[in-house]
Design a protein around this ligand. Structure first.
Ligand SMILES: Nc1ncnc2c1ncn2[C@@H]1O[C@H](COP(=O)(O)OP(=O)(O)OP(=O)(O)O)[C@@H](O)[C@H]1O
Ligand SMILES: [Mg+2]
Length: 446
């Protein structure tokens, strides 16, 4: 695990190398963009606002690792980072998710990051709050006129506190009041700021009215968990969290827009002018350029959010995007098509390569799966041939080919339990012989 925020470009590339083979120019460009953000943060206030992020457009055929790069990045990001699909959005005014919702999603993500961070910093306070509440329940303060002296009560209370902390009281049942949760719809897809505001005020109104409380019996152990959210709510400063979440999203946020080619209107396309696609592009313009978006946490300026987009551009070209949008992605990187050699490396090198996945899966059945060197070469070769003869679907071809080869073993795994099964070149060729004999079949089976 590396710390993406402080990592140097070469450290990020090294990390990506563990999972994605080749594609070094794409990796370099992205790593550099991340580092540039880090450098920008170190600048003095008078210049920091001047440095705008350089958005990136990744172009490469299907199955060559575009989404994989994004997925790997997401795992190490300690920035707010979301990956969205351009094709999921619709033009403002039509039914569906509007483009601004991607910014709202980013802020939500950022808020959750901040919340985790704040929680981690106030662990002790949260624990104390929970214990206090439970002790209150187990040992309510004596009535005014009772004979128990304050001193005595304090002593009892201290003892009880210790017992609750130690977990001695965990099995004891207590009765609590829970408010029936009012679901105000956490998903704010396509909702306008007014609706978000109404939702917020409604839910806080219901909270204060305390409607729909019901009594429930739970163990002390369960109550400890149940109280956690309440404790967090009462201890953490929500306003502070919102402010920090907004700042983080604005300054450090990254939005990865996948499948951007799906909103380009290809010249070869029969429906030349698809109003919805163009509309989505037009809606994207202000967001990528820098505008203000309302979210339930407050207003977000998108000027410094980094946008990375990716597309295969099979049916369209980057130049089919409206010019204004093209201009907003000044850094272009092309991903290479995969060769037989790369396919071989993809099979063997990544930390979680396909072969390792199959080995792990069959190990569950106590089958020790091994691959002959020559069988791996054959898999790569056949995949490459299939890509050439039919459609080039990149590394995804490996999935179909291996699945086919291992189908029999996988299906009858229990027969091989406790044994070692070695996949040989002969096996690969036998299983795929149909493909050799009849090219037409290849279109369907691989
Ligand atoms: N260069 C590579 N190194 C390792 N694995 C790869 C590489 N390229 C593709 N893969 C594997 O192939 C599969 C498909 O890759 P990915 O999802 O990145 O394709 P893509 O480029 O986004 O294609 P599309 O344009 O169709 O979305 C993934 O399982 C990924 O692990
Ligand atoms: Mg993809």
């Amino acid at each position: 695990m590396i710390d993406a925020k402080n990592a140097t470009p070469s450290e990020i590339v090294t990390y990506l190398d563990e999972y994605v083979i080749g594609q070094s120019s794409a990796k370099r460009t992205i790593a550099l963009a991340l580092r540039t953000r880090y450098r920008r943060m170190q600048l003095s206030p008078d210049i920091v606002d001047e440095v705008m992020p350089k958005n990136i457009l990744m172009i490469g055929s299907t199955g060559v690792g575009k989404t994989e790069i994004a997925r790997r990045l997401a795992k190490i990001m300690n920035f707010p980072f979301i990956k969205v699909e351009a094709s999921k959005y619709t033009e403002v005014g039509y039914v569906g998710r509007d483009v601004e919702s991607m910014v709202r999603d980013l802020v939500l993500f950022s808020y959750n990051m901040v919340k985790d961070e704040f929680e981690a910093n106030s662990k002790e306070g949260v624990e104390r709050y929970i214990i206090e509440k439970i002790v209150d329940k187990l040992l309510p303060p004596p009535p005014k006129l009772s004979t128990t002296s304050d001193e005595k009560y304090e002593q009892l209370r201290d003892k009880m506190t210790m017992r609750v902390i130690n977990g001695e009281m965990d099995d004891k049942k207590i009765t609590i009041e829970v408010s029936k949760s009012m679901n105000m719809g956490g998903d704010e897809s396509g909702s306008h700021i007014e609706i978000v505001k109404i939702q917020e005020s409604l839910s806080s109104m219901f909270d204060s009215l305390g409607v729909k409380k019901e009594k429930r019996e739970v163990s002390v152990k369960e109550e400890k968990e149940l109280l956690r959210n309440e404790a967090i709510d009462s201890i953490l400063d929500k306003e502070d969290m919102k402010r920090e979440a907004l700042r983080k999203a604005q300054e450090e946020g990254i939005i990865f827009i996948d499948e951007i080619d799906k909103i380009a209107v290809g010249t070869g396309n029969s429906s030349r002018t698809d109003p919805n696609k163009e509309g989505v592009q037009r809606d994207l313009l202000p967001i990528v350029e820098g505008s203000t978006v309302n979210t339930k946490y407050g207003q977000v300026k998108t000027d410094h959010i980094l946008f990375i987009s990716a597309g295969a551009f099979h049916l369209s070209k980057p130049s089919d995007l409206i010019p204004e949008l093209q201009g907003r992605f000044p850094l272009r990187v092309e991903l290479e098509n995969l060769t037989e050699e790369t396919l071989y490396k993809i099979l063997t090198q990544p930390k979680n390569s396909l072969l390792k996945q199959y080995q792990a899966l069959l190990e569950v059945e106590d089958v020790n799966l091994e691959f002959d060197e020559s069988s791996i070469k054959a898999l790569a070769k056949i995949s490459q041939q299939a890509n050439e003869k039919t459609e080039d679907i990149g590394a995804r071809r490996l999935h179909t080919v291996i699945e086919k080869v291992l189908e029999t073993i996988s299906f009858e795994a229990e027969k091989y339990s406790g044994q070692t099964v070695t996949v040989t070149e002969d096996m690969v060729e036998k299983e795929l012989s149909e493909f050799y004999e009849n090219e037409d079949i290849a279109h369907y089976i691989l």
